[in-house]
Design a protein around this ligand. Sequence first.
Ligand SMILES: NC(=O)C1=CN([C@@H]2O[C@H](COP(=O)(O)OP(=O)(O)OC[C@H]3O[C@@H](n4cnc5c(N)ncnc54)[C@H](OP(=O)(O)O)[C@@H]3O)[C@@H](O)[C@H]2O)C=CC1
Ligand SMILES: CC(C)(CO)C(=O)C(=O)O
Length: 344
Amino acid sequence: MATSPEICVFGAGSIGCYVGGRLAANGATVRFIGRERVVREVREHGLRLTDLHGADQRVPAAQVDIDTAPTALDTADLVLVTVKSAATEEAGRTLASRLKPGASVVSFQNGLHNAQVLRDLLPGRTVLAGTVLFNVAAQGQGAFHAGSEGTLDIEQHAVLAPFVDAFARAGLPLKQHADFGAVMWAKLLFNLNNAINALADLPLKEELSRRAWRRCVALAQREALAVLDVARVKPAKFTPLPPHWIPGLLEMPDAVFAVLAKKMLAIDPKARSSMWDDLKAGRKTEVDYLNGEVVRLGQKHGVAVPVNSRIVELVHEAEAGPRRAWTGEALLAELQRAKSSTGA
Ligand SMILES: NC(=O)C1=CN([C@@H]2O[C@H](COP(=O)(O)OP(=O)(O)OC[C@H]3O[C@@H](n4cnc5c(N)ncnc54)[C@H](OP(=O)(O)O)[C@@H]3O)[C@@H](O)[C@H]2O)C=CC1
Ligand SMILES: CC(C)(CO)C(=O)C(=O)O
């Protein structure tokens, strides 16, 4: 391997441009593969990567290697897959046709099974699951803003050794874990807010500052946690409070929550969930890969999952449009109705 191993971002969007951009801005060799719209934007403006602590880093246009053609796969030592879940299979097929021997792959995506989808398409390769805990918003003209705190978590593996320094230099150290199933479930519990945020049509900070919306999230999380208990899955602890205590915290009155959950509310006032981005852009969302996983696990173990089932339906309705304008109270009543109709 050359002294500077080559990293390829497959799926140059919010996460791919931000993570890859930070790596490139701090000396790593990074090549990006993306859609025509993003390629044009980044070729014109370069990349600007900002965060809520005031970081402001740039990669000039002339120094960004970005293309719609997947030629960067021919020389990459590590590929970061950052497409939405529905695009993973197609990404995997493209990777399978071009990856050089010895190259490894990381899925930095939400959901539980993207890394496995890639593994099945890339037999014999090391494919690692990763999660991104922070939010990134595309702001146009090559600017990507990380609007909340969080780590890059990843399955522990020796293939990461040549890349660990590059991520640390970029200010995005890789937090390696032996039991990644527990981490993915903990992230999925967080991501149950994505659908509520998308239906609320509000910035995350505003949504999470209002109790009615938080009670919707708590309902979805309590149901998921009950399923996990029966399935004997213990989600990892991401926050000072264990996952089973988070719904109780979410249900607190606004003034109490504002004090106890200060860190949770340390979000850029404009940041929204990636599912809101999808609804806004008229794309299909990842709801089947998030709340849908709770529904599937509940069905497998005979546990009623009316709340997450209803949320999946409501997001699919919103994808088909026209969008219903929900209030927190109306959505909460809708989810409570769904819950009581099954006696759950
Ligand atoms: N945004 C966020 O704050 C966070 C997102 N995540 C997760 O990270 C993952 C990526 O999300 P995000 O960055 O927001 O998604 P984006 O939609 O912003 O970026 C993905 C990009 O990849 C492109 N793409 C898809 N398939 C291909 C392909 N075959 N070749 C080239 N480009 C392709 C997409 O284009 P097109 O849309 O045309 O398919 C899109 O431009 C998701 O799983 C998300 O849930 C996790 C934490 C936070
Ligand atoms: C970071 C978080 C939890 C919220 O933005 C997210 O994963 C997403 O938007 O998909």
